[in-house]
Design a protein around this ligand. Structure first.
Ligand code: PLP
Length: 366
């Protein structure tokens, strides 16, 4: 028996006829490219904006491009510094470097794993232009404190929501707090397409227009180019698939929380650190991350019983080859402290309590 880390096929089976017919419609209409008049793109963008409660959603090719295009759209570039958490997927920092700015890493909070607001203050300089809080693993970052620092220092806030579709902070959906937010619809994310896909959301109409133009060669309507942009459009087929899936998102996020609480129930006595969820946050449980001093043993024990796990991430970014020369590693005691101890357990909405119990049985000596 195998318990997969993520099993996308189970979800497909539940929606097969709707997904197949959505793909068929895109082919029938040759609506492949996310041009301004593609009805599938227009529909999904409208639906996703309404889901979040924001005024603008612009589809793009992936979640990494979404960050990069939004930074560019906010005028961030050469000579600027952007604060990013030390623990995140590399996209968050790459996007900053790819617009010509400098990613400045900030240590994370113990237990919560999101950017530490008190340590943000330490890294502020006259060049700091923006903060990218990441709602890592699906847990909202400490937005009240982050927004307060941003307001006082006139910084932009771009929320990286790639792992947090459906998470709420003080009752309000993540992606609605900052100047703008980026989403990824990579297949394994909480809302996943059938290929690479992403979106940018904002309440700022000018930023939305700018982002849309950057993602489509600096043009509005192909009659002219106002500037050099790029090609980062959302495929029509991905938009159509996302429209089929979006009505199920809340239910899937609830199911993820249920899996999270089953793990909590079965593992409360295990000698590990479980995820902590502050009372004001609704975790979207993209990843169920635990800490254990016996991580490697646990992981191989689970593997021996056919249970797949992950590590998010083996190295916080300042510790990777890409950044370690430029970083003082002693500035990241909390992020550095998870190295070799973090382990992510199987988690997807269709996982059953029996399967969770099997995973958890590997935590007690047999
Ligand atoms: C997945 C992810 C991204 C990038 O999304 P892609 O669609 O894969 O480009 C960005 N940030 C975080 C935190 C992610 O987990």
């Amino acid at each position: 028996m195998t318990i997969h880390f993520v099993d996308l096929h189970r979800q497909y089976l539940g929606l097969k006829s709707q997904i197949d017919s959505a793909i068929q419609s895109v082919i029938e209409q040759s609506a492949f490219i996310g041009s301004p008049n593609n009805p599938f793109n227009a529909a999904f963008e409208k639906e996703f904006a309404a889901y979040l409660g924001v005024s603008h959603c612009v589809g793009c090719a992936n979640g990494t491009d979404a960050i990069e295009i939004l930074l560019k759209g906010m005028g961030i570039g050469s000579g600027d510094e952007v604060l990013v958490p030390a623990l995140t997927w590399i996209s968050t920092a790459e996007a900053v470097a790819n617009v010509g700015a400098r990613p400045i890493f900030v240590d994370i909070l113990p237990k919560l794993f999101t950017i530490d607001p008190d340590k943000i203050k330490v890294h502020l300089t006259s060049r700091t232009k923006a903060i990218i809080p990441v709602h890592l693993f699906g847990l909202p970052a400490e937005m009240d404190q982050i927004l307060e620092i941003a307001r006082k220092n006139e910084l932009k806030v771009l929320e990286d929501c790639a792992q947090a579709h459906g998470a709420r902070y003080r009752g309000k959906m993540v992606g609605t707090f900052g100047n703008c937010a980026s989403f990824s619809f990579y297949p394994g994310k909480n809302l996943g397409a059938y290929g690479d896909a992403g979106a940018m959301v904002t309440n700022d109409p000018l930023l939305a227009m700018q982002a849309r133009m950057i993602a489509n060669h600096g043009t509005r309507d192909k009659t002219n180019h106002d500037f050099e942009g790029r090609n980062s459009r959302l495929d029509g087929m991905q938009a159509a698939i996302l429209s089929v899936k979006l009505p199920h998102l809340n239910h899937w996020v609830d199911a993820r929380r249920q899996v999270g609480s089953w793990y909590g129930k079965h593992l409360f006595a295990a000698n590990i650190e479980l995820p902590v969820v502050p009372a004001y946050s609704e975790h979207a449980f993209h990843v169920f991350n635990i800490l254990s001093d016996e991580r490697n043993g646990l992981q191989s024990n689970l593997k021996g019983r056919g249970i797949e796990t992950g590590v998010h991430y083996p190295l916080p970014l300042p510790f990777t080859n890409a950044y370690r020369q430029a970083c003082d590693l002693s500035s990241f005691p909390v992020a550095g402290g998870i190295i070799g101890r973090n382990l992510s357990l199987p988690l997807f909405p269709e996982l059953t309590e029996d399967e969770v119990a099997i995973v958890c049985s590997c935590f007690s000596p047999c």
